[in-house]
Design a protein around this ligand. Sequence first.
Ligand SMILES: [Cu+2]
Length: 319
Amino acid sequence: MMIITSGCGMTVLDPEGTVGEQQRDLIILSITFMLIIVLVVLILLTYFLVKYRERDGHRGYDPNIDGSVKLEVIWTAIPIAIVTVLSIPTVYTIFNIEEVPEASTENEEPLVVHATSSNWMWIFSYPEEDIETINYLNIPVDRPVLFKLTSADSMASFWVPQLGGQRYNMAGMETELYLQAGTEGTYYGRNANYTGEGFAEMRFDVNAIEESAFNEWVADVQEDAPELTQGIYDQFMVPGHVDEYTFSGTHLEWVDHAIDAEYAMEAWEREGYEPMNPHASDAPDGVPRLDIDVEAGSVETEDTQNEETPQEQDSHHHH
Ligand SMILES: [Cu+2]
């Protein structure tokens, strides 16, 4: 097993948190059990091949097994037993990872992070801290994180292999996933569900840091990061790749994609973006790298038009 886990590609079998550890244990338990079955089958196969081979004094072996209750019971009961033995730890683990992981620090309250996929980037909102990051996130080490997953457009799958299994992000609905990092470090995360030509680069970094460093970072972001406006946010709705960004405020103030599945398409209209068939002869080659204007103000939509005067919008910028 050391050989398998020491390779840099097998991060699933080298987890750094309680959720990933439970899944690793289940994978190893299941594989071990199934290998034992394979071994038993191969030994029996060899035994019967030798025992019933054609040879002098043993020809034309022709057993009548029709209607043998004993044999019917054996070859029904054994598969049922195998499936039962495999199911019990699997079901136990599945239910267990839906629960809040046990925190190894005094702060057991899960940190809530909304992870929203958008072609081809990841948007992370911290509603309680009122900050938002793009294509990376910081989390406190040893503290459970409750990810609320949704998508602005295509169905994606949120996956940080070393912290736990993947779960789907879908527009107009919300799925939940608990993860916890047991060791400080940077973990690789990605979209695990094919969503078109920008899919391969739809990656993010998860930085697990000390709780105190995390709190400091949050305070710094709240203080110094540019405030996220709808005008800035709409630019991220256009399909493409972007760098890492950090904002104060979250997009949850004006849209939750788990409730509003149409928002991205409305933002495309506001941004003058027209989706086209990527196979069309005049389709652009490759995935564009979006140049985000972080000074952009709020957009005028039918909902917000009459609520804010230009002066009020301006004051948001220079707080
Ligand atoms: Cu769904």
